[in-house]
Design a protein around this ligand. Sequence first.
Ligand code: ZN
Length: 404
Amino acid sequence: MASTMRNLILKNVRPMGGPADDVLVEQGIIKSIGGSQTAPPGYPVIDGQGHLLLPGFVEGHVHLDKILWGLPYQPVQAGPEILDYIENEKRIRLHELKVPVDIRAGNLIRQCVRKGTAAIRSHVDIDPDYGLSNLEGVLAAKEKYASVVDIQIVAFPQSGVIRMPGTIELLEEAMNSGADHIGGLDPLVVDKDPAGQLNALFRIAHKHGCSIDIHLHDPGELGAFTIDMMIDRVEALGMQGKVVISHGWCLGQIEYERFQPLTERMARNGVSVLTSAPGARTMPPIAKLRANGVTVFAASDSLRDTWNPYGNGDMLERTMLVGWRSNFRRDEEIMVALDTTTYAGAKILGLEKYGLAPGCKADFFTLPGESVPEAIMTRPERSLVVKAGRVVAQEGVYEGPGAE
Ligand SMILES: [Zn+2]
């Protein structure tokens, strides 16, 4: 089991690849970093072996209810259109699998934690078929693993909103039952009623003071048009800083003359972008978005489920994929990729006291490497993972709740 002690001293680590330091942790908070530090009596002393020290990864978008991680491999049998995937998942009836949602979610959570993830935002399917059963399962996992990872839940209408009567009421119920944010899905292509879906989502989000994190796969001008419709509502309701565009492939497809004013409007309204660095899909142009003031963060999204056989929940690998898909080669560019899986994600998830400075929560991990960019290329096992001052994994072996 993980140590219950929230005090420790970590000797000889290199924060963000810089010079070697010691880190003193008291009551789960970084008390000081630097030079050679002396541990108060009784504090565990851990030899950091000169390894790199990074803040815990932020997994900004995953689907804990869909995950089949830990089960026998299931070939993906759906496609090519999004509605095919939706119907295929319904046919398999995930919520009736012998291995329930909370157990499957836990399988992935333990994998994420041992790879250095400290916080997760999970979308959870809400629709008239599932009711709130997925939410209940993920809430149970959230509680079980609360000591090793922070989990936020987005109530996600995977089957659509307007085309599935009863969904709006269920989203409301989800918000009253433990969900943190409201999701959405391609208002034009899935619902064919963009105003209908967006009005419903914004009404609920405004009422609950939460964010909207919408899956937007719609291409080109369809997607751009939807973003403009969303910002109209942000401005009308004063919901600046509370909208995330997940995927936003359209942002990599529209012309410069459309991209510039749209993304400047996004920046003014605190509309951010989540990318999974998808395979053959268009990548949102991270450097251009950041230059225009839009925050971009990254995540695994769907992995090892009925949608996608790829992925392993390792945000170090996702960092590499973000850099690879963005053609980031110089060290300073590769560090931008790391920002999307750490600080930018923490900002959008609203994580308090995040980072590697005195006063920050002691959520961090170590790994061997010459430099941070080199470690992103080689992706070694994490030598130590600490959450709120407790050791939760060592040498790639998970030690928290549910450990074998
Ligand atoms: Zn997703």
